[in-house]
Each structure stands twice: as C-alpha cells, then as structure tokens.
Design a protein around this ligand. Structure first.
Ligand code: PEP
Ligand code: MN
Length: 337
C-alpha cells in the first residue's frame, strides 16, 4: 500500500506510520518529495484494515497499489525518477544518448569511437566487455581488460560508461571500473542477479527481455528496487515477433505505456531493435518523438571488421547527422539533447 503524508506531517508522525507498517510485517520504502513524504508498505495487505492508517496523525491518503509491481509503479512515486551519472541524467528534460561499439575490441578502437561519439554529444560511452553471444564460437569479449579500457577512456574523455554484467561473479569487477551496470535482454529474468543488483547503489540499465511483456520488465525492475536500489533505467530493445526483415521488432509504444505505469526512465535501443544499419536512424527519431528519455546507439568506424554487431553499427558520420536531427525533434517536444 502507499501512504501519502500531509505537507504538514512532522518527522515524528512519519516515524509512527513507519513503525505501524513494520509492526504489520510490511517492508517500508520512503520517498521524500519536495512537499510530501510518501511511504510504500510492501507486504501482505490481506487482513489489514487500511482505516487504521487513515486515522493516524499526518496521514493524507492511503492507497492500494493494484499493479503487481509496487516500487516501480507511478502510484508509489508520482514524479519521474531522474537517474544522474556524472554529466548524464535520465528521466528529466534531457534526452541522453549512450553510444559506442557493441564490444570493446582494442584501445585504439575504443578511443577512436569514443572521441567521435563524445564530440557529437553522447553523454555515456557504451561498450561490452562480457558479451552474450548466440554462438559459443563467436567473440566473447575482452573481459577485465575491456573494463579497464572503458575506465581509462571514460576518465580521459570525461564521459560516463555503461557495460553489461552477465553473471553475479562479474559484479565486483564491473563496480570497480564501470558507472552504469547493464543487464542484457537474456538476463532480464535472472532473478538471482537482479537481487544482487538491488544491493549496489550504482545505476542499473535493465533491458527488456526478447519476449517479455512490459509488466514482466517492470517486475524485473521491482526485484532490483526491492533491495533498495532505485536507480533503474529501463530499455526497450525490440521484441521477438514473426517478422524476419528486422532482427527484432522495435516496440515504440512500450515507451509511453511504460511511462504511464512507472516513474522510471526508459530509453530505446534501435540498434538491437532493428539489427540493420539503415533502420537505426528512423527508429531513433521515432523513439525520441515518442518521449524516450534516452537512446543506445551502436557506432563503429570500421563496422565491416567489427567483432560483433557490425551490420547494425552506424558510421560516425551517420551518428553526427542523426544527433542533429534528434536535437530538432527533442526541441519540438520541449526536451534537450
Ligand atoms: C548489447 O547491448 O550489446 C546486447 C547484447 O543487447 P541485448 O541484451 O539487448 O541483446
Ligand atoms: Mn550489440
């Protein structure tokens, strides 16, 4: 349940409600807003008389959250959550672009691409050091060496970094080198991993599973948030349908639908969403027009020789033009890039 406190409620009144929630066996999550404090009580509501809370001093309103996700729900947190990482922010008036190669391949490759994307206005450098590949014979990533290169390039160019964690055992390493921890589509329902990510405080970029519903995506976010980490950024990256002309089907409608039901920022990944270089710009433009809080774009200076996802990586020149177009679209809907 959600308990909205009055503007005038004192610390003591808030504390008394927290204690009563705990006495009923609820886990308490507190959101302190500009004017109001909102308390989320997570637990079994059956047999609890909500009026007991309604009559308490300082309480404005008591609501049941009907969705299965609670902390991720807009009822619990009516304002947008803004996740901030260095100069980058997700969920406010900025449209934040994360860009880079699919995989870290070498120091020279990462520096070359990072310089280009930063120059064009990307606020986050994105590249994988641990790669989930369909084939066990395909390039699996540089591992720790790749993470070190990400940290080095990020520090030299003053740009935040994001990279994918594939298993719990990699998490300590990731935390040492990377600013935002990505959970890939294939791991969206790796519940043990999600629980671990609830115990960290770095932001988590959570990608929608290949055939996950929006509700399942929000339930995955709930796993992370229930551990106390509210810094979750969602990502629409295309879902599997019967269509074969694109790698996945980019679900643009997931952006406004998610924003209606949740306060968490949602970004779009048209690179994996389409799998084709020439489809990336149109879908990136559509995602920004639909209200995405940011984008992930794969960029490579020599995609023909990329060790992964060359076919969907755009050239730096194309990225530069796209960013100019996106600036105009963002401006038209009252946002900035
Ligand atoms: C990636 O971001 O490089 C990736 C593998 O994406 P996804 O998990 O969406 O397939
Ligand atoms: Mn990729």
């Amino acid at each position: 349940m959600v308990i909205v406190m009055k503007d005038s409620a004192s610390e003591g009144m808030v504390q008394a409600v927290c204690e009563k929630l705990e006495a009923h066996g609820f886990q308490v999550h507190k959101v302190v807003g500009v004017n109001q404090t909102i308390l989320g009580g997570i637990g079994d509501i059956r047999g609890v008389d909500l009026r007991e809370f309604e009559v308490m001093e300082g309480v404005y309103e008591v609501l049941r959250i009907t969705e299965p996700y609670k902390l991720a729900s807009r009822a619990f947190h009516p304002e947008n959550t803004v996740v901030e990482v260095g100069e980058a922010s997700f969920g406010g008036e900025m449209v934040t672009v994360c860009a880079g190669p699919c995989s870290v391949e070498s120091e020279e490759q990462l520096f070359t691409i990072a310089r280009e994307v930063k120059k064009c206005g990307a606020k986050v450098l994105r590249a994988g050091a641990f790669k989930p590949r369909t084939s066990p014979y395909a390039f699996q990533g540089l591992g720790e060496k790749g993470l070190q290169l990400m940290q080095q390039v990020g520090a030299e160019l003053s740009i935040a970094t994001v990279s994918e964690v594939m298993e719990i055992g990699q998490l300590d390493l990731m935390l040492r080198y990377i600013d935002i921890i990505q959970v890939g589509a294939r791991n969206m329902q790796n519940f043990a991993l999600l629980r671990e990510l609830g115990h960290i405080r770095k932001p988590v970029l959570l990608k929608r599973g290949l055939s996950a519903t929006i509700e399942e995506l929000l339930m995955a976010a709930e796993y992370i948030m229930s551990g106390g980490n509210y810094n979750v950024i969602l990502c629409e990256r295309g879902i599997r349908t019967f269509e074969t002309y694109t790698r996945n089907t980019m679900d643009i409608s997931a952006i406004p639908v998610t924003q209606k039901h949740s306060h968490l920022p949602i970004i779009a990944d048209p690179s994996h969403g389409t799998g084709r270089r020439d489809k990336v710009a149109p879908m990136a433009r559509a995602a920004v027009a639909a209200g995405a809080n940011g984008l992930i774009i794969e960029v490579h200076h020599d995609p023909d020789h990329a060790l992964s996802d060359g076919a969907q990586s755009i050239y730096p020149q194309q990225f530069m033009r796209l960013m100019e177009e996106l600036r105009m679209i963002a401006w038209a809907i009252g946002k900035r890039i």
